[in-house]
Design a protein around this ligand. Structure first.
Ligand SMILES: NC(=O)c1ccc[n+]([C@@H]2O[C@H](COP(=O)([O-])OP(=O)(O)OC[C@H]3O[C@@H](n4cnc5c(N)ncnc54)[C@H](OP(=O)(O)O)[C@@H]3O)[C@@H](O)[C@H]2O)c1
Length: 331
C-alpha cells in the first residue's frame, strides 16, 4: 500500500509517497481501507516540527479518517466486513491516516451515517469536537451571546451549526464580506466584517461575555476590549502567527480573563462517558443532517503537497481532504 511520509521537518516539500506492506489486523483489530483523510492545520504544524507533539521520523501525518472495513483479525466477526466506518481521534495514533489502510481496534470504530459522504466523514472531529468542547465547557462566563472569530473557518462553521442546536446565541467576525450572508444561514445571529486587528472594531459597542478566537496575533487587543467585564477570551488557534498583543489595564480593570484551549488536552481531561456522549450526539446530528460538514476539495495521495497548500488558500470554504483510495473502489 501507499502512504505519505516525511523524514525531516519542513513545509509540504518534505512530503513523499512511500510503499509499505499492507498491515495485518491482530486479535480484536480490523483493517480499515481509508477513503478520506482530512488535512488539518495541526498536520502542517506536525510536518513543520512546530507541533507540541513531535513525532519520531519517518512519520506519517493525519489525525482523522474514514473508510470501510476490509479485513478482520481473530475474535472479530466477519459481519463487519464492508461496513463504512469513521475513526475517532487517536484511533490511528502512531500510524497517521494519510495512508491507504490502517489497523485499529474494532471496538473503537464509529458507524458512518448514510447522510454523510466519505469525504465529509473523513474530516469531522477536529472541527466539530473542538466546536462542541468550546461551546459546552463551562468557562465561568456570564450569560449572553458569544463572539467567534474566523467564523468562516471549518471550526467556525461547526460553531455556528452547533450553537443553533445547543440554543446558544453566537455572533461571527470575518474579514471577507461575502461570507456574512452564508454564515447567517449557518447558525450565526449576526456577522461583523473586519480584521480583528483593524480600527473598525473600535466602533463596535456590543460587549460579549465570551470570545472564541481562532486568530490570535495583535487582534487580541481589540477582542479584549469587546469582552464584557469579567468576560473570558478563549484562544484556540493562531491563524495569525504574530505575537498576541493586549493592553494590561484592559485585562486588569475589566477583570477579564484569557484562556487557552487545545482539543488534545480536552480529550484527555474529560471522562470516557463524556467523550462517548459527544461522539454519539454529534453522529446523531450528522445522521439527521442537522449538522452539515462542508468539503472544499479532495486530492489523491500523490497530490498531497498541493492539498497542504490548498489548506492555506484564502477564501476557502470547507475542509481539504486526501482520498487515499480512489472513488469507486468500494467494498
Ligand atoms: N485548539 C485546538 O484544539 C484546535 C482545534 C481545531 C482547530 N484549531 C485551530 O483553529 C484554527 C482554525 O482551524 P480551521 O481548520 O477551522 O481553519 P480553516 O478551515 O482552514 O479556516 C481558516 C480561515 O480563517 C481565515 N483566516 C486565516 N487567517 C486569518 C487571519 N489572520 N485573520 C482572520 N481570518 C483568518 C481564513 O478565511 P479567509 O481567507 O476566507 O478570510 C481561513 O479560511 C486554526 O488555527 C487551527 O489550528 C485549534
Amino acid at each position: 500500500m501507499q502512504l505519505v511520509r516525511f523524514t525531516r521537518f519542513g513545509g509540504p516539500e518534505v512530503l513523499e509517497l512511500a510503499g509499505a506492506p499492507l498491515p495485518i489486523p491482530g486479535p480484536g483489530q480490523v483493517r480499515v481501507r481509508l477513503t478520506a483523510a482530512a488535512v488539518n492545520h495541526a498536520d502542517l504544524a506536525l510536518i513543520a516540527g512546530s507541533y507540541p507533539l513531535r513525532p519520531r521520523l519517518p512519520a506519517t501525518p493525519g489525525l482523522e479518517g474514514a473508510g470501510w472495513v476490509e479485513a478482520v483479525g481473530p475474535g472479530v466477526t466477519e459481519a463487519h466486513l464492508g461496513e463504512r466506518v469513521i475513526l475517532p481521534l487517536g484511533a490511528a495514533a502512531g500510524q497517521g491516516t494519510w495512508r491507504e489502510a490502517v489497523v485499529v481496534p474494532a471496538d473503537l470504530l464509529l458507524p458512518t451515517p448514510p447522510a454523510l459522504t466519505d469525504e465529509q466523514a473523513g474530516g469531522l472531529w477536529v472541527s466539530y469536537l473542538t466546536a462542541w468542547a468550546l461551546l459546552t465547557t463551562d468557562w465561568g462566563e456570564a450569560p449572553g451571546p458569544a463572539l467567534a472569530t474566523a467564523a468562516g473557518s471549518s471550526v467556525g462553521l461547526a460553531l455556528g451549526q452547533l450553537a443553533r442546536l445547543l440554543g446558544r446565541e453566537l455572533v461571527g467576525l470575518v474579514r471577507r464580506p461575502e461570507l456574512a450572508p452564508w454564515l447567517l444561514t449557518q447558525g450565526y445571529q449576526r456577522v461583523m466584517v473586519a480584521e480583528a486587528a483593524s480600527a473598525d472594531l473600535r466602533e463596535e459597542r456590543e460587549r460579549y461575555p465570551l470570545v472564541l478566537d481562532a486568530v490570535g496575533g495583535p487582534g487580541v487587543a481589540a477582542l479584549l476590549r469587546m469582552l464584557a467585564p469579567g468576560g473570558v477570551l478563549v484562544l484556540y488557534g493562531t491563524l495569525d502567527p504574530a505575537a498576541a498583543g493586549f493592553a494590561g489595564p484592559e485585562l486588569l480593570f475589566g477583570e477579564k480573563r484569557l484562556a487557552g484551549f487545545w482539543l488534545n488536552r480536552w480529550l484527555g481531561r474529560v471522562s470516557a462517558e463524556e467523550r462517548e456522549a459527544a461522539y454519539v450526539t454529534l453522529l446523531g446530528w450528522f445522521a439527521s443532517s442537522d449538522l452539515q460538514p462542508r468539503v472544499e476539495q479532495a486530492f489523491p495521495l500523490a497530490e498531497v503537497r498541493t492539498a497542504c497548500q490548498a489548506l492555506l488558500r484564502p477564501g476557502r470554504r470547507g475542509k481539504i481532504l486526501l482520498r487515499p483510495t480512489p472513488a469507486g473502489q468500494g467494498p
